[in-house]
Design a protein around this ligand. Structure first.
Ligand code: FE2
Length: 326
């Protein structure tokens, strides 16, 4: 089965084409806000709409398939920025109608989890999901009555996502580009000093940490603040993940989402896993950044489980939580 997946929940427009378990194409374009700004929803949606035909053509050319050869169209239905979500929804609906092929809406968080699980060949891992807006520790559980698998959020951020923490700090510290990757580069050159650390059971919070980090700007070296910000936030998630690992007794752990591209964080989690005899895995950065292939992978998996949807009933759901996925 060849599936085309469209991603547009936030800053990235992606079109991926997957044939069974093989990625044929994974094209993308990123909306870049002006210096000092976060995502402007209307501007990001305009970017995605304008780039859509180009990214679609690039993906089809790379995959060497015609649009008429696609068996299933899919799109990121949520959660995300409403105006951005409308682009992938409209695009997938148009293609599904034009070529008379089925369509599925995919939960963006589920896609991050599923692409990691399937590419790593894991059966039932503990998921540490770290992205811009979402930071959660997730497991799958079987519902006693119906026997269905549902996602269960064991712990999560009580305020902002991990990626947003780094982006906001970067903007306040006038780091450009204001992105976690740049904060990580500075952190590697810095030294640690204590900052507020908040873990409550398997939940964690970053607001106090951010406030203290921002207040340190100008009084401490930016590299040292970046180092302490990252070490503290990563340690919070590792503590919560370790607690979840002990509770569930899982033998596999994967980290997924945009911040899973951070080598230091992966190293810390791998150490936690080693201490508990659990296998740790992370997929290539291409699949942890937002991308269309993860949407297609998940749509194929859902299709094979028997999921079918009516095109007219599909609409974006900006607040679709992972534990509402059925
Ligand atoms: Fe994402």
């Amino acid at each position: 089965m060849i599936c085309l997946g469209i991603e547009s929940t936030a800053h990235t427009l992606g079109v991926g084409i997957v044939d069974g378990g093989k990625t044929l194409a994974n094209s993308k374009r990123m909306y870049r806000p002006q210096a000092g700004q976060g995502i402007v929803p209307r501007a990001a949606a305009d970017h995605h709409a304008e780039a859509f035909s180009q990214v679609l053509r690039e993906a089809l050319d790379t995959a060497k398939v015609a649009a008429s050869e696609i068996d299933l169209f899919s799109f990121s239905q949520g959660p995300g920025i409403g105006q951005c979500l409308r682009v992938s929804c409209a695009g997938a609906k148009f293609l599904s109608s034009k070529y008379s092929k089925p369509i599925l809406g995919v939960n963006h968080c589920h896609a991050h989890l599923e692409v990691s699980r399937s590419l790593l060949g894991m059966k039932d891992p503990l998921y540490v999901y770290v992205s811009g807006a979402n930071t959660q520790i997730i497991t799958e559980r079987r519902k006693p009555r119906k026997g269905q698998m549902r996602f269960l959020v064991l712990g999560e951020t009580l305020d902002m996502g991990l990626g947003n923490l780094f982006d906001v700090f970067a903007r306040e510290a006038k780091i450009f580009p204001a992105h976690g990757g740049e904060v990580a580069r500075l952190a590697a050159q810095g030294s640690y000093f204590p900052l507020p650390y908040t873990v409550k059971g398997m939940n964690f919070a970053f607001a106090g940490l951010l406030t203290s980090a921002v207040r340190s700007i100008g009084t401490r070296k930016t590299e040292d603040i970046a180092c302490s910000l990252m070490e503290t936030s990563f340690a919070e998630i590792c503590e919560a993940a370790e607690r979840a690992l002990c509770l569930t007794g899982k033998s596999e752990v994967t980290v997924c989402g945009g911040v899973a591209q951070n080598a230091r964080f992966c190293g810390m989690l791998a150490q936690v896993c080693e201490g508990h005899g659990a296998r740790f895995g992370v997929v290539a950065p291409e699949y942890n950044a937002d991308n269309g292939a993860m949407i297609a992978f998940t749509a194929i998996s859902e299709w094979q489980k028997g999921k079918r949807e009516k095109i007219d009933a599909l609409k974006p759901n900006g607040y679709w939580r992972i534990d509402e996925v059925t």
